[in-house]
Design a protein around this ligand. Structure first.
Ligand code: B12
Ligand code: SF4
Length: 477
């Protein structure tokens, strides 16, 4: 019997960066699929990015499956592609109910339903419980519009029911259904949801309250990934893995007692003030050979305003800890903070050189719905000017969503390139530089093309992105 529910991670229209051709599956739809399976709803998955499908192939496969319910996931930069798929499927399979989930719809449910007519419903926030209820209700032939976490059209208006229900104990959500995906090199894993920090550029999709899985539950998943799928690389997608050191210690101890220490290479995001040498050493012992740290800026005043709660000294101390523990680390910066100038960007470059990380990323500020920066940029505050031509431009490496009054987009892009070159050359990381160039070759070509194209500063900020028409009703967690 064909599964009545199909979940899809849309492929990119044109693969331009490493995220478009990942060697790992999509954890969001895998969690939703796993929850449905556990509760007896047959489900199928198409991970268009992992399976290297084109958009047309994805549409053809969905049409052939002709599911009763189609669930699509999308971040902001992918929403137009997700809708193109929805519209094509709607035309050929008029009885298919099409549901959007993921970050974009979660933060702009009302605007999304108005802007994209082929989505019937938007699931707001964590999708497991809300989507199971929606699926059971639709499959039973009933109306799902009253379900918490489901946004729908209501005449000329939009009906919002807040965010979906979330359990305090994440064990109740089960584990991602990787058996429904093609084999992958790396399987993402999560031990917690929520982040207590308040970085201005982040939309914090799971709210500020931390919720954990029990260490035994996480370790059972690690064993499953290893034994069932032969996977030896697992990245923790927790927003800040080390936010509770006691939990990290317990989890590492559990990995040791399960005799899995060293069997898998782990990676995780770390906040500079949540790591110390004993914790880093413990992590290293069980298999964390690399971590990533958001530094964001090298300028003290910008760091203060950005509210991550770190100083240059904090990140330098954390970098020493990683090195002493024998871990590789990546440092991530953003260009285009409020009040950013050429000098503050140089401060970031200088701090990156002092940190001497194994890898580095300089993203260009992108105002993601739900973040403080979105509020500032869409109101034209703090010198921000919105310049996107569409949602596809909401990408930190290859997008063009905003510029600053004193920092035209071209200058931001030139300094981004300069930042990468300076850090790799001044830290003599030639091998890492060539590796980064090879991995990011499509992205680099795209950035170079943008730099050589006529200036985009002439393009006046479209009024549709400014306060009023663009004012979202953001459902902050
Ligand atoms: C890990 C992570 C990454 C990883 C992996 C991302 C991925 N899943 O593909 C890496 C490093 C690759 C990454 C890259 C990027 N990321 Co990132 N990332 C995160 C992080 C830390 C956690 C995201 C995550 O995987 N969560 C776990 C899963 C379980 O959650 P989920 O996918 O949301 O799924 C749940 C719900 O959304 C919902 N759901 C999702 N899909 C569907 C579908 C249906 C039908 C239903 C019903 C429900 C549903 O149910 C799921 C289970 O509860 C968040 C930051 C944060 N504070 O959370 C940023 C975040 C998601 N990233 C973000 C961005 C912008 C990016 C990039 C675009 C950056 C760039 N280059 O410009 C890239 C693009 C990646 C891509 N896939 O195309 C933004 C998204 C904002 C937005 N509005 O789009 C976030 C929120 C950070 C921010 N700035 O606020 N990222
Ligand atoms: S950027 Fe990281 S530390 Fe800051 S609020 Fe977002 S998830 Fe938390």
């Amino acid at each position: 019997m064909a599964a009545p529910v199909l979940l899809v991670n849309p492929p990119a229209e044109v693969p331009r960066e490493c995220y478009d051709t990942p060697d790992y599956p999509h954890i969001g739809i895998a969690y939703v699929a796993g929850y449905l399976q556990t509760h007896g709803v047959p489900v199928r998955v198409i991970d268009g990015k992992l399976a290297r499908k084109t958009v047309s192939q994805t549409i053809a496969e969905i049409v052939q499956a002709n599911p009763r319910i189609l669930g699509l996931t999308a971040m902001t930069h992918m929403i137009v592609t997700a809708h193109r798929i929805a519209a094509a499927v709607k035309a050929k399979c008029p009885n298919t109910v099409i549901v959007l989930g993921g970050f974009h719809g979660s933060f702009l449910p009302e605007r999304t339903l108005r802007e994209f007519p082929s989505f019937d419903y938007v699931v707001v926030g964590e999708g497991e419980i809300a989507f199971l209820r929606l699926a059971n209700t639709v499959l039973a032939g009933h109306d799902p519009t009253a379900i918490p976490g489901v946004a729908s059209r209501d005449g000329d208006g939009i009906r919002l029911n807040g965010r979906g229900e979330v359990p305090d104990n994440l064990d109740d959500l089960g584990i991602p259904a990787w058996d429904l995906f093609p084999p992958a090199e790396m399987y993402p894993i999560m031990s917690q949801r929520g982040c207590p920090f308040r970085c201005s550029f982040c939309s914090r999709p799971y709210g500020r309250k931390l919720r954990h899985r029990s260490p035994a539950h996480v370790v059972a998943e690690i064993r499953r990934n290893l034994e069932q799928f032969g996977c030896r690389r697992m990245d923790f997608y927790d927003e800040t893995f080390t936010v509770r050191k006691d939990y990290v210690t317990e989890l590492c101890d559990e990995i040791v007692s399960a005799e899995l220490a060293g069997a898998v290479r782990f990676w995780a995001y770390v906040h500079a003030n949540t790591i110390d040498l004993p914790t880093a050493r413990k992590m290293r012992t069980v298999g964390f050979d690399e971590v990533g740290m958001g530094v964001e800026s090298g300028n003290r005043e910008i760091m203060r305003r950005m509210k991550k709660g770190v100083t240059p000294e904090d990140v330098l101390r954390a970098a020493r800890v990683f090195k002493q523990a024998g871990m590789r680390f990546g440092a991530y910066f953003i260009i285009g903070h409020p009040h950013e100038t050429r000098q503050t960007i140089k401060d970031s470059i200088n701090l990156a050189v002092r940190l001497n990380p194994d890898s580095v990323a300089f993203g260009l500020m992108t105002p993601y719905p739900g973040s403080e920066i979105w509020e500032l940029a869409t109101r034209g505050k703090d010198g921000y000017k919105m310049i996107p031509t569409g949602w596809e431009d909401f990408n930190k490496q290859i997008g063009k969503a905003l510029e600053l009054e004193n920092l035209p987009r071209k200058t931001m892009e030139r300094m981004q390139l300069q930042a990468y070159l300076t850090v790799y050359l001044r830290t003599h990381r030639f091998r890492e530089m060539f590796q980064a160039v090879w991995i990011n070759r499509q992205r680099i070509l795209f950035i170079l093309k943008k730099l050589l194209s006529p200036t985009i500063t002439d393009r006046a900020a479209s009024s549709s992105w400014l306060e009023g028409s663009a004012r979202p009703q953001v459902l902050a967690p």
